[in-house]
Design a protein around this ligand. Structure first.
Ligand code: FAD
Length: 615
């Protein structure tokens, strides 16, 4: 009994049924037979194989592009269906990186069982959760439920609320922005009528910063880890396509995220979570370094709406990295915070067709705006810019830094992620089919506290002020009205203003020819220029008169970290405060933020005696 995991099974793209098919096809059986060194592929029963991962590989080193699979072979099932395989199976030997024996049944982690088997499935069957079900994790309900405020309904806040709600806390989810229905209208008003609602926009509102996004679910924290799997399965539970569980580069797109969030909200409400949209955390109630509650106000009634004081046993701070007012408020309370490295740069946009043909050559014709068998092409580039390529006048001792593509959105559009009309910053989003004519990506250069020079006196907020400097400059260069400063990549490399007309942009509020090479200090500009030249060697055609740079991309990740204890998730300086997610400096995307929120939920539940399993 057990599983054999078969990896790196390549199926040529022209033979594979395509990106949307996640079954076991005959060409895949042929690839499996090859790794197993089994002579007759058609004798292998399809039902004994399940797909763990499917990715598309169009690297130039390959003779032809292929889909690459990882597959689990269920030995018991295989022998039930085809007993004659026994002699063959009993002689299989592990092969490095291709064939691995996994003696145990696939591990069902505590987290997954708590979130999915014990509660959700149970609830679906019998209505309300029954305390008498002893699954080893639940303690009998206490007469008085502990009260927890979760501030922020991004992925980290939602998953913290879910875990705490499931485990029996009385949760209030406080969100300054609006529910997705109203948030959609507010974003519409921005894109069509240039009205920026400072509390309901691309960063603030239900689902957090990732709702009007590309919805990429890739993460650097271990794709197969139990916690990531728990998050992915939860997303499927709320309506994401099951394909995300096996896709090598899973993504949802805004059109799928919005209904998913409605289902998530519905489930939280059924758990008894109170959700307060349009409610902003203004302050914490702190006594003797212990957080006792929050001070909030209604964001739609401004100005002059009265602040309300609310008491809680614990406060989860899941506010994302655009809530600069929250950072300032924490500074006032002398919360421990430290500046953190992050990255700044520009967003580059190419025609998607150009990226398709750079990546796929002749196969590009089969992309068909996301409807074809082949995925819309993306790219990921990273270059290390060493000392000799940099500006020798920099005050920094260590001049090495990396420049990389970030948050690449194939078939997407450039969007405005400012939360204040005097600042411009951009990012990218897409819909699930990734059918637009454009491909955009941030090109970002790492910066550390040694770059924050004139802003050092802001202490832990130096990075925030550094970001604001360039966002303010970009707004001035754009000339107002949310027009974004832009420059042809060729002119950016030559340090000259684009004088001929700019190539078209997907950005809806307009672009203005600008000297983006003068936006950042020379050391950052030169790092960008040097890397772009190197990217073009890897992706010939990347430097093109059709490629447009947009300013400015500053909010790649949090510029600071709110210090917390690694085991309890509690702030090192303010008891009862639990900083989580991207804004606190512990996550860098949708999935990692969700995982952080989930673990924090378990940690608080443990502290409040609602859970006594491992975290
Ligand atoms: P957030 O999602 O930022 O949520 C914080 C929430 O807190 C917000 O809803 C905010 O309104 C609320 N809040 C803030 N202050 C207060 C307050 N004072 N009171 C009450 N509520 C408050 N990541 C990916 O992995 N894949 C992608 O494809 C991707 N695309 C992106 C595209 C765009 C346009 C943007 C902006 C981001 C994208 N990201 C993407 C990044 C991703 O969205 C974030 O990493 C993730 O959302 C962080 O989650 P979080 O829960 O930590 O914070």
């Amino acid at each position: 009994e057990g599983f054999w995991r078969l990896s790196k099974l390549g199926v040529p793209a022209r033979k594979d049924p395509g990106k949307d098919f996640v079954g076991v096809s005959l060409p895949l059986l042929e690839a499996i037979a090859k790794v197993l060194e089994f002579p007759v592929a058609t004798m292998l029963p399809q039902e004994a194989f399940s797909i763990v991962r499917k990715s598309f590989d169009a690297r130039k080193v390959l003779k032809e592009p292929e889909f690459v699979y990882t597959v689990d072979m269920d030995v018991k099932k295989l022998l039930n269906l085809e007993p004659r395989m026994w002699d063959f199976i009993s002689q299989l030997e592990p092969k490095l990186g291709l064939l691995e024996y996994m003696p145990d049944e696939k591990v069902t982690a505590d987290l997954i069982s708590v979130l999915h088997n014990s509660t959700m499935v149970h609830k679906a069957k019998v209505g309300k959760f029954d305390d008498s079900t002893d699954n080893g994790f639940y303690k009998p309900q206490q007469p008085k439920k502990p009260k927890v405020a979760v501030v922020g309904s991004g992925p980290s806040g939602l998953f913290a609320s879910l875990v705490l709600g499931e485990l029996g806390a009385e949760v209030t989810l406080i969100e300054r922005g609006q529910a997705v229905e109203q948030r959609g209208r507010d974003i519409g008003a921005l894109v069509v009528r240039r009205i920026l609602h400072s509390e309901s926009n691309f960063c603030f509102g239900e689902g957090g910063a990732g709702t009007w996004s590309d919805g990429k679910l890739v993460t650097r924290i271990g794709r197969n880890s139990d916690s990531v799997q728990a998050v992915m399965k939860t997303l499927v539970h709320f309506g994401a396509p099951p394909k995300i569980l096996v896709d090598g580069k899973p993504h949802l797109g805004t059109d799928r995220l919005v209904p998913l969030l409605r289902n998530f909200r519905q489930h939280l409400k059924e758990l008894g979570v109170v959700i307060k949209f349009g409610t902003r955390l203004n302050d914490l109630i702190v006594e003797n370094r212990q957080v006792l509650g929050v001070v909030v106000s209604d964001t739609r009634d401004e100005p002059g709406s009265d602040d309300k004081k609310l008491s809680y046993d614990a406060v989860v701070l899941a506010v994302g990295h655009s809530a600069r007012d929250v950072y300032r408020m924490l500074l006032k309370h002398e919360a421990d915070m430290v500046p953190k490295d992050f990255a700044v740069g520009l967003r580059i946009e190419h025609p998607q067709q150009l990226i398709n043909s750079i990546q796929y050559s002749t196969l590009a014709a089969e992309v068909h705006e996301g409807r074809g068998r082949i995925p819309v092409a993306d790219y990921k580039v990273v270059k290390y810019v060493s000392e000799e390529n940099n500006d020798s006048s920099s005050e920094s001792g260590d001049l090495s830094r990396s420049c990389y593509s970030f948050c690449m959105c194939p078939g997407g559009q450039v969007v405005l992620t400012s939360t204040n009309p005097s600042e411009i910053c951009v990012n990218g989003m897409s819909f699930s089919r990734r059918a637009s004519k454009w491909a955009n990506s941030a090109l970002a250069v790492t910066v550390s506290s040694s770059d924050f020079g004139p802003f050092q006196h802001h202490g832990s907020l130096a990075g925030v002020e550094f970001q604001r400097e360039f966002e303010g400059k970009a707004a001035i260069m754009g000339g107002g009205n949310f027009v974004v400063p832009a420059q042809c990549v060729t002119d950016f490399l030559d340090n000259r203003l684009s004088v001929t007309s700019l190539p078209p942009s997907s950005y809806r509020l307009g672009v203005r020819a600008s000297t983006l090479h003068q936006l950042f200090p020379p050391r950052i500009t030169e790092a960008l220029q040097h890397s772009i030249i190197m990217f073009d060697k890897e992706l010939p055609g990347f430097i093109s008169k059709d490629a447009l740079l947009h300013g400015v991309e500053t909010r790649t990740s949090s510029p600071l970290q709110i210090s917390r204890h690694s085991d309890t998730y509690e702030s090192t300086s303010l008891k009862g405060l639990y900083p989580v997610g991207e804004g606190a400096g512990y996550a860098g995307g949708i999935v990692s933020a969700a995982v952080d929120g989930m673990y924090c939920g378990f940690a608080i539940a443990k502290k409040l005696s609602l859970y006594d399993g491992d975290i």
